[in-house]
Every structure is written in C-alpha cells, then in structure tokens.
Ligand binder design. Structure first.
Ligand SMILES: [Zn+2]
Length: 306
C-alpha cells in the first residue's frame, strides 16, 4: 500500500498548487492583505482553495475559527526575525483552522496527526514559498491520496496559522487534549526543501526530521528510515531540537509527545527565511515531492501498523 500511494505523489499538482498559492494569483497568504478588486483576504482565498481541493478529492474536513492579529515589523531586530508583538489596539482578524479528517476503518479513535501552517508572514510581503507553502501543498497532496485509501487508523491533516499571533495550532492541540484524543503520532510539515544557497545550487535533496522528546526520537528514526525502506532517493537526517516550539511544539506542550517536525534543514539555513525573496522559483520541486513521499510513507505505515 505504501509503495502504491507514494508512487502517486504528483510533482505537477504540487507545482500548480505552489505557484497558485505563492505567486499567481495569490502573492501572499495573509489575513491583513487583500488583492485589489477582491473582498476576501489572501488568507481567506487560500482557505477557499484548500476547501475546493479537499472537496474535489472527496476528503472530509472540519473547521474552527480563531481571532488573530498581524505581527508588527521591527527592522532593528536581526534580519530573519523582524516580527514583533502587535499592539492591543491593532486589528483582529477572524481566521480558520481547516482540518482534513480521513476516518480509519479499524481503529478510528487512534489518530495520526499531520500539520502544516498555511499562512505567510503577516509582518512582511513575502510569498513564503518554502515557509510554508511547500508544507501546505505537500499535505494537500497527501490528503488527496489518503482520502479513500482505506486506512486502519484515522489520519487528520491540520492547516493552521503560525505567522500571525497567536498561533492557531495551539488551539487545535489544546482541543485535542481536552477531548482526550488518542494521537499516536504528530508529523509537522514545515519548510521542506528550505536549505542553504550552497545546497540549493548543488541540487542537494535534503530532509531533516527533528525531535524534542524521547518518544519523538523513535518516531523521527522511523520517518527517516522510510526513505531507505521505500527507495526514496534523498538523504534524511535525524536531529535533536532543543526548543519546544513551532507547530509541533504546540502538540508536545499539550501532552502529545510522539511528535516530530519535517524540515529542509536544521538549524534552518535558507538565506531568504522570512524575507521577500522566499519565492516559489527557488523551490526544488523534486525535493518537495520526495520529502512528501517520506512523510506519506511514515503516515501510512503508522496508520496500518496494528
Ligand atoms: Zn516562519
């Protein structure tokens, strides 16, 4: 089953989604940016695109609404970290968490959780192609392939917001904890292919699985091993991430400790990280395809292993 599904990952669909959501027609995915002639923000337009793609794939989903603010921009801070706290009186925006739910046939109460933040930087006009349009489109492709695949455990795929404040992954993780959800693994997909200019120029295909807990370490090794097991040609790395942060950290903080982040490099080495130069033309699509295959393989293995 794993081989069949990973063989269906489409570079063409990934490319189409990536350019649609980070170039044309949507230059950004921000609650505080609306294209001229449009009534919805580019983040709401992104949500419409995700919903339409999930519907077309016959993939069920659910939604929650949250209030967020845009970060302010402070150019006196270090280059990649210009975001600064919004003021209390700054505008609030109503944004969505969209979560694809692919019900398991044998153990529907046991959940494999995939995550990707779908928004781009609220404090700067960056397309956020690697951060994190690639994760969004990789997860969208996985939703298409997993819907109707007949998985034993349930797979949930959360599309959340992490470049506005507060992060909405935290709400989803806390709701899961409050509901007593049995989440057996959490796979955050954030900034696949993001790497140094040198590695980009050299055509290096990278995939880092970062963990912050003992339980996450075993999961990280399983994910990385999938590359070899299924003949996916890239060199995965397993690394320890000391800081419990990012969207994966929100799940760890809510008690879901079997959690990892999939990323292109760690520490993150993209020279255009959080800058206007994070454009889709810099993305190595083959890397995104193969990284998506690695994560998909792991998600299917975990969902089928009973
Ligand atoms: Zn970011």
């Amino acid at each position: 089953m794993v081989e069949v599904l990973i063989g269906k990952v489409s570079g063409e669909r990934i490319r189409r989604d990536l350019f649609y959501l980070s170039k044309d027609p949507l230059p950004f995915r921000k609650a505080n940016y609306t294209r001229s002639g449009q009534t919805k923000s580019t983040l709401e337009e992104t949500d419409d695109y995700i919903r339409a793609q999930l519907e077309e794939a016959g993939c069920g989903f659910r939604e929650t609404r949250h209030q967020v603010q845009a970060f302010r921009c402070d150019e006196t801070k270090p280059l990649h970290h210009w975001y600064s706290k919004p003021a209390p009186d700054d505008p609030w925006y109503d944004v969505a968490n969209i979560e694809a739910v692919i019900e398991g046939s044998e153990r529907p109460d046991e959940i494999v959780q995939l995550i990707s933040h779908k928004d781009s930087m609220s404090w700067i006009d960056s397309p956020g192609a690697r951060d994190n349009c690639v994760g969004l489109v990789a997860n969208l492709e996985m939703a298409r392939l997993l819907a109707g695949a007949g998985l034993k455990r349930t797979v949930r795929i959360l599309f959340c917001n992490e470049e506005h404040r507060p992060w909405t992954s935290r709400k989803a993780a806390e709701a899961g904890a409050a509901a007593g959800d049995e989440i057996v693994a959490v796979l955050n997909v954030d900034s696949l292919d993001g790497k140094s200019d040198e590695d980009t120029a050299g055509g290096k295909l990278t995939h880092v699985v970062a963990y912050s807990t003992d339980e996450g370490k075993a999961l990280a090794e399983q994910v990385a091993w999938c590359a070899k097991r299924y003949g996916i040609d890239l060199e995965p790395k397993v690394v320890f991430k000391e800081k419990v942060n990012d969207d994966d950290g929100m799940y760890i903080n809510s008690g879901f400790r079997r959690t990892v982040m999939n990323v292109g490099s760690f520490p993150y080495e993209d020279a255009e990280y959080h800058l206007v130069g994070d454009v889709p033309e810099r993305v190595n699509l083959e890397n995104v395809v193969r990284s998506a295959q690695v994560v998909l393989a792991a998600a299917v293995e975990i969902s089928q292993d009973v």
